[in-house]
Design a protein around this ligand. Sequence first.
Ligand code: C2O
Ligand code: CU
Ligand code: CU
Length: 536
Amino acid sequence: MKRRDFIKMLGLTALSTGIPFPALMAIAAETTRVLPIAPLLRPEDGRLLLTVQEGQTTWFGRKVKTWGYSADILGPTLALRKGELVAMNVQNRLPESTALHWHGLEVPGIADGGPQAMIPAGGSWKPTIRVDQPASTCWYHPHPHQRTGFQVAMGLAGMIIVEDETSDALALPKTHGVDDIPVVIQDKRLDENFQISYAMDVMTATVGWFGDLMITNGAFYPHHEAPQGWVRLRLLNGCNARSLRLACSDNRPMYVIASDGGFLETPIQVHQLDMLMGERFEVLIDLGSGRDVDLLSLPVRQPGMNIPPFDQSVPVLRLQPNSKPGHRSMPKALVKLPAIPSHQHLPIRYIDLSMDHWMMMQGMRELRDRFGGSMGPMMGGGMMGAGMMGGGMMGGGMMGRGRGMMGRGMMGGSGGDIWKSNMINGRAFTMNYASFDVKVGQYEKWIVNGSDMMLHPFHVHGCQFRILQENNRPPLPHRRGLKDTVLVQGGESVILVRFKHQAPPERMYMAHCHLLEHEDTGMMMSFTTSAAKTRR
Ligand code: C2O
Ligand code: CU
Ligand code: CU
């Protein structure tokens, strides 16, 4: 798509959602933004300071109130090394309390930063972290119960890069911000005053908060100049509720080299890359030809996420090769992943994600009323048809194992309380309630079931797991490495988990849907981990 056409398209969209006309000119002025690269923050004398603060960001020539970590929006990229001991100091200068979670880091519950670890306004939190996992791209974000969606929407999120001997040795692009590029993709919605417009209501509790513009590292459709060669993108889907399908505008392949928890065994070629909220993938893209390419966001099958402009492909980042020679080759092999142990006789846990039926129907109706038209494109085909009415709910969900919709959604449910409209195993999140205890070091098989057809990225704190089955299917090749998030959408996913560290009742690990409005309205549970009794 030509840039001019894109602007025109966005203009129309903007008009239809109420952003005033002068914005269009400003949008045009914005289209040559350089991709912002957050500063790398390394521990100094083993210490790291992050200040959670209010700020402002200029979009479309207007000043927008945003929040950031030691920044106006987003935060520095934390550069950590395996084995390192880091004393974190998180200072909360927001007008409200927050919590800070290291998503993907395998740290003890006491340092994990779940909703039990609230930092009051003006307060601080000082966990010590031992970096104890392979090289990977992780991230950090707020986690206060019922406020996570809002605080992330305001701009709070940052990347974490863990390096180790393996990543040192691999012949990959490594010049940070040049050919090794962090890319945080998020959608936003602004009101008529150009301020972030967040609302929690029946509709957002159902489909999530979604925007009508996409920002990349805090900027609108930025471009990045890179040497002529392979570039490595460290992609993060930092959206509240939107799953992404990424592709190159000229359909050139991307090679996935790492998932949430670290490197894959070999690069895996893909032409489209689906990313759930919270997921990270590292990909290599070849700029050796010297030709520009746009990273596109393509339409996805998720209710609410096909509303214009996202019923079309939308460019989110332009990559422009300069005249400098770049990284020439891509390694054939990366790492050896630990073999998946035999899982015949492992302890099994059933985890059922569900939504209040009545609330969900209200939410879908509101989506249709507010954003109009036929539900066709929004539903992405199959949502209502095969899914809700047919096999999905009745089969696995409703009747199967007696853990389905009947007990809660339809009869009991939330009683109209929006904050309890989403559930795990029939219970909306209850602070300080432990669902179960897992022994440290013990492999377990978790069977995660979705009794509705909504998209639920199921995320577990404190571990990097392996996916044995993803929404009724064997996982795609690039989803077979270390993961902390798995897709559940009307089907059953099976993950193999193991925890290295303890999480006591006062600082439990969380497992939740990473559609943040589902999480905030109850689709989250806590659990403890404890030392295994030593047998003689
Ligand atoms: Cu990224 Cu508990 O979350
Ligand atoms: Cu997490
Ligand atoms: Cu969900």
